[in-house]
Each structure stands twice: as structure tokens, then as C-alpha cells.
Design a protein around this ligand. Structure first.
Ligand code: FMN
Length: 198
């Protein structure tokens, strides 16, 4: 047996091991999300069930008020002033991730301040960002433009966005039961289009 034979076996083993990568072994994937009434969190968990990797919720050092009117007031002030609320969440060895899913609700038709803190705090150079979102039915507003602005050296893929809750009207988690099943199918097609299906 010569060196070429060993090289061939080595290549075959490499190909085999990468094509057999199991969900959960995707150490280069990170799913980060902000969620108050769990709609975006549900989406994050569906994505995680499909692509694996690490999943983590963004938490603040000083949590927002429970009261809806109070949070709306605080968030609009923060957005107006460009205030970046300090995060309690820490991500170890961020450099190991190539692909970062970022989930957030639309707040005041903008990217929520904690997500802006996150994008400021970590270096996304040469990483791929995949946004996902829930909203009360008014869409993404300026949030995607803001991600482009804050991450000029990243590849930003086509987002997934859907209607979630409407806290203003007392509607909280809606992505459950039949809607959760439908959402899972939609998420699968979106991931398929991105080439990230199982
Ligand atoms: C402070 C605040 C501001 C919001 N502003 C908007 C908005 O501008 N447009 C919109 O469609 N929904 C808005 N919403 C509704 C949320 O985007 C929607 O309920 C979302 O599904 C919540 O996601 P979550 O359950 O993951 O927290 C707002 C909610 C909050 C708490």
C-alpha cells in the first residue's frame, strides 16, 4: 500500500464523517434571541430542532418592566437616545461560530435595543447572520436595515418573519398548537431555501 492509498482513505473518511454530522453537533452555529412573551423563543426552538448548534436567550442586566405601557415608554426613549442596555448574557468563545441566527420581536418598528447591544458587543466580521422575527402584524420596520448598518462585514441572509402576539391587545403567545405545526413547516422551507435543511 502506498501513500496515495492512505490519502484516498483519509479523504473518504473525511467526506463520510462530515456528511454524517448529527443535529446538535453543529458547533459553528449559534442561535441568539430576544423574547418577552415567548413567540420569538418558540421560533428559536423550532430553528434549533432543525439545525442544532447552541441556543441562548438575550437577558439584560436591568430587566425591562413587566408592564406593557412602561416598557413601550422605556424602549422608545432608549431608541431615541441610541442607548445600548448592558447585557447579562455572555457568549463564550464567540469566535468559534460562523453562522449566527438572531431572533427578535419588532419593537417600535425598529431593532430592539438589547439586540443592538449584542451586535455592538461582538465581532461579526466574516460571519453569516440569519435574522428571524415575530411582530404584531406590522412587519419588520427598519430592523433589517439596522443589522446591515451594524454588521457591514457580515453576510446577511434572507430573514424569516411572522406575526406573533399583540401584547397591546392582551394577545401573548400565539405560536402554539396548530400554528406551531404550520410554523415548523414554514421554517423548514425557509431553511431549505438557505441550504440549511436536515
Ligand atoms: C415594547 C414593544 C414594542 C412593540 N412594537 C411593535 C411594533 O412596532 N410593531 C409590531 O408589529 N409589533 C410590536 N410589538 C409586538 C411584538 O413585536 C410582538 O408581540 C412579538 O410577537 C413579541 O415577541 P415575543 O413574544 O418573542 O416577545 C411590540 C411589543 C413590545 C413589547
Amino acid at each position: 500500500m502506498n501513500i496515495r492509498f492512505f490519502f484516498l482513505i483519509h479523504c473518504l473518511l473525511l467526506t463520510f464523517s462530515s456528511s454524517c454530522q448529527k443535529i446538535g453537533d453543529n458547533e459553528n452555529i449559534l442561535i441568539v434571541y430576544l423574547s418577552r412573551t415567548n413567540n420569538t423563543e418558540t421560533l428559536a426552538k423550532i430553528i434549533h430542532s432543525q439545525v442544532g448548534g447552541d441556543i441562548i436567550a438575550l437577558e439584560l442586566q436591568n430587566p425591562y418592566p413587566e408592564n406593557y405601557e412602561a416598557i413601550v415608554k422605556q424602549v422608545s426613549l432608549e431608541l431615541e437616545k441610541g442607548f445600548l442596555p448592558p447585557l447579562k448574557t455572555r457568549i463564550d468563545r464567540f469566535e468559534k461560530y460562523d453562522l449566527v441566527f438572531i431572533g427578535f420581536p419588532t419593537w417600535a418598528m425598529q431593532l430592539p435595543p438589547p439586540v443592538q447591544s449584542f451586535l455592538h458587543q461582538y465581532d461579526f466580521t466574516q460571519k453569516t447572520i440569519i435574522p428571524f422575527n415575530t411582530n404584531a402584524g406590522y412587519g419588520l420596520g427598519s430592523s433589517i436595515d439596522k443589522i446591515y448598518e451594524l454588521c457591514p462585514n457580515s453576510e446577511i441572509k434572507k430573514e424569516f418573519s411572522m406575526k406573533g402576539g399583540k401584547e397591546r391587545d392582551g394577545i401573548f403567545l400565539t405560536i402554539k398548537g396548530e400554528k406551531a405545526k404550520e410554523t415548523e413547516e414554514k421554517v423548514k422551507s425557509w431553511l431549505f431555501e438557505l441550504g440549511l435543511n436536515k
